[in-house]
Design a protein around this ligand. Structure first.
Ligand code: LMR
Length: 394
């Protein structure tokens, strides 16, 4: 059965974490996988999560099954966090999923079921798991232009010209904020323009928002998505608690369907539950129990919001320090774009060879497509990283 199988291909992000762990050099720097780190280089459990954990341990009475949709209070809270105040609130259905990748797969399977010849349009570049998940669900994948390697910003003109060709059988996947891998986000005018194209040409927007709170703040980061939800009939959303609640290993996320009516989304939810049953049956509960506890307690919500805002501020200050270092020590403004990017990631514009040089010669681990995780920087090695990047750039 297995003898004809080809050698496994390595995941470009997860394999990097393994290589980093095996690297014995003491001055190595991990700018690979998208995990937040504090100034000590640690990914601590957030204080709000610790407090919620105490409450859950104290009050939870059973470990019996929860249900196919996971925790419904969690689902309601996540829906609120993203769509509160929009007209979509009375025509939306949400299921808890194992992380946002689990949500992507569930919505991929739902699209395949509801509209088998769907083509999903993905930004070029996009999160490395977008294409594999959508292809695994049996969908056709197409890319739209997104990032300008010259300006290191979104090329909105080119993007909109290509998206104007998407039609009724198409779904357009957008990043809600903090674009992975580039760090370059579309502006509000582009959200409005894509919404208008969707209304005119009939494609369905799909927003993957895995970093809410890391860009311009919790509310700001959902602004484009909310505008869209208010103005389109149908929309798909995936969200994650891995980053903004620091719950990476708990695999906590949600898949959200906005439809024309409550009846439509109720039917879509029913299909999602059948798909979940034949895939993993139920999502793991612990992470969702913690998030539900936080979002249903005003004090804990405040603790969480202020921690998240601290994390966001730290990312901004790391971006500024890195750019200052390039400007003052290396006399170059070539990397000023880093300060305009949002969230954890920035694409340097380096080739795979240049990224390999950074890794092999300097012990600096970034992803092969040129992505670095700003959160992996710390104040005491910014000078070292800036110097290595400046040398490899020349
Ligand atoms: C990343 O992009 O580094 C993270 O989202 C981890 C992952 O699942 O790839």
């Amino acid at each position: 059965m297995f003898s004809h199988l080809s050698e496994p291909t390595l995941d470009p992000i997860l394999s990097l974490s393994i290589a980093y762990r095996q690297d014995a050099r003491p001055d190595k720097v991990d700018l690979g996988i998208g995990v937040y780190r504090n100034s000590q280089g640690e990914t601590p459990i957030m204080a709000a999560i610790k407090q919620a954990q105490d409450i859950v341990v104290e009050t939870q009475q059973t470990k019996a099954y929860v249900g196919l949709a996971g925790c419904e209070e969690f689902n309601a809270s996540m829906t609120d966090l993203l769509l509160s105040g929009t007209s979509a609130m009375d025509r939306v259905a949400t299921i808890q999923t194992p992380g946002a990748s689990g949500a992507l797969r569930m919505l991929g399977d739902l699209m395949k079921l509801a509209q088998p010849d769907t083509t999903i349009w993905i930004s070029n570049p996009s999160y490395v798991n977008h294409k594999p998940v959508m292809e695994a669900a049996g969908l056709k994948v197409k890319h739209y232009s997104y990032f300008s390697p010259v300006t290191k910003q979104v090329d909105s003109g080119k993007m909109l010209a290509e998206l104007a060709l998407a039609g009724p059988n198409d779904v357009v996947l957008l990043h809600g904020c903090c674009h992975n891998p580039t760090g370059a986000d579309i502006d509000f005018a582009a959200w409005q323009a894509i919404t208008e194209l969707s209304q005119k040409n009939g494609f369905i927007p799909f927003v993957d928002i895995a970093y809410q709170g890391f860009g311009d703040g919790l509310e700001e980061d959902a602004k484009g998505l909310r505008y869209m939800a208010d103005n389109v009939e149908e929309m798909l959303i995936t969200t994650s608690c891995s980053k903004n609640f620091g719950l990476y290993r708990e695999r906590t996320g949600a898949a959200i369907v906005v439809g024309k009516s409550a009846k439509d989304v109720n039917n879509a939810k029913g299909k999602l539950l059948t798909l979940a049953r034949s895939t993993y049956t139920m999502p793991p509960d612990h992470g969702a129990a913690l998030v539900k506890t936080i979002l249903n307690d005003e004090k804990l919500t405040q603790v969480w919001k202020s921690e998240l805002s601290e994390m966001q501020q730290r990312l901004l200050s790391l971006r500024t320090s890195l750019c200052n270092e390039f400007r003052t020590t290396h006399g170059t403004e070539q990397f000023d774009f880093i300060e305009q990017h949002k969230g954890m990631f920035t694409v340097l514009g380096f080739s795979a060879d240049q990224m390999a040089t950074l890794r092999e010669q300097y012990g600096i681990y970034g992803v092969g497509d040129g992505r670095i995780n700003i959160a992996g920087l710390s104040e005491n090695h910014i000078a070292y990283v800036a110097s290595a990047i400046a040398q490899v750039a020349n």
